[in-house]
Structure formats: structure tokens, C-alpha cells
Write a protein that binds this ligand. Sequence first.
Ligand SMILES: [Fe+2]
Length: 287
Amino acid sequence: MFACYKSFILTLTALFFIQDYPNHNLLHPTAWDSPEVVSILVYFDDEEECGGATAVVDKEHADDPNYQWPYMKMPGVWGDVDWINDRTTAENAMRKSSPEVADFRSLMYDKEQYVKYIPGTVVLYRQDTWHRGTPLKPGTSRRAANITIAKKSARGRICNWGRGWASEAYRLDRSLLKLIGRLSPTLQRPGLGIPPPTSEFWDGMQIHAASARYGNYGWDPEPYLQQRRKRQHQRLASITCVCVGVVALSFGLARKGRSLLSDIYCWLHVESSLTNSRFIKRWHSFE
Ligand SMILES: [Fe+2]
């Protein structure tokens, strides 16, 4: 049911707030209550000696403004703001691009809490958790193993950061994002693990989130919307058939009463003599 991706030693961590999905996931995290991936950090050093505690921002309630879809308000994802690992440079670039988003981000620094660690500390976290690294003490380094465990249904689309293609998403030239935006939704994207438009994965929220992430790179949501409408029509047709059947049966029963039941029984009786089915034998045993 789950696929485990290789761990690697991590010495680099963003000093500004990010979520980890952009460089692990070709698309966007699934809904909060149905996550498909968990990341694990295993620390090998002591926070008191080298600093570098990981800061996180809780999701406090369902409507928490920090956790509203789609998750876009970070360097490397937002507009043309590059992922440069310097808090001041990154936040200034965000402010230049959007003062409103910069204000949103500055509030997170006020809310952050720190994960203290010693050798062997294990942290399990979601890839949509807002977090950041804090500066190391001079002359030290922080070593950690990062492990990603994802549902098999997400295989190919979600990977670890070290060697996977999603780690290329932060490239300054955005070449991976541009490539994915251009690929065929039915013939090429599925080869990377992105579900085809016919997949149930594409609910309204995922279509919106993918458009938000790739809209500037040529991603056309229409094939996904078309297939979703088709699935909705099919579902509606099935529900309508069942409802019509139930209404017709109720109507028939009301009109014919026991005579309709005896029609059904007679039909089953004929069937039983032809098929000798166990179900019908049981039916007879109740006579
Ligand atoms: Fe991270």
C-alpha cells in the first residue's frame, strides 16, 4: 500500500517558510483529511550544540488562513520569485511581488514554534506543513536523514528530495514546470505519474490547485474539467436510473400489492427450476 523512498543526508534547509510539497510532488497535496504522504526527519546532532532547530506553524483549525488552498505563497512557487536560500532576500522579493502575500508570511514568523532535537530524534511531518530551518551556530553542521513514505497510488508523482525529478522544480529557469505545462495530459504526463484526466484523483480542488501551480506554464485545465463533467454526468445518470427503478417498483407495489410480489416469486420459482440455485433453495425452505 505504501512506497518508501530512500533516505539521504540533509545539510541544507530553507531559512524562510516553505511547504515541502513543491520539490517532492509534481502536483499539489491532497485534501487535509486524506493525506497520501508523510515525511520523516531523523536527526544525528544536538540542537544545543549546533542550533538549526526546525520552526513549524501549526494548523489551528479547519479555516486557518495559513492553510487555505492552493498552497502557493512561497519562493520558487509564487510568481517569478526565486528560491534563494536567504530569508531577507527571499522575503524582500516576495514583498516586491505582492505586499499582501508578504504580510501573510510575516505573520507566520510570529507564530512559529521550534522542534528541539538530540541525536535520534524522529519527526514525522506532512509535506503541506509550513516550516523553515533556523541558522546554525558558526562552524557546525546539522545532519539529518529524510525519508518519504507515500501511498502506492502516488508512485512516480511523489518522490524524495534528493534524487527525484520534483527536486528540479526549484530550478531558477523553471524548466521542469515549463516542460510539464507543455506535455500531453493523456500521453505524456501519466508517464511521470501524473494521473490521466479520467482519474478520480482529479476532483475540483486538485484541478484548481494544478492550474494555480502550472497556469503560467501552459497547463490547460480543460481536459481535466471535461472528464470530470463526464464522470459527474455518468454518476447522475446512474443515480437517476436507481431512483426511477425504486419509484417504479414502489408504484407497482402500491397498485398491485401482493400480486406483484407473487409475480416476482413465480419468476424466481421458474428460475430455480432452471438454475437450481442455492439462493432459491433457501427461499423454498422458508415456504
Ligand atoms: Fe523542508
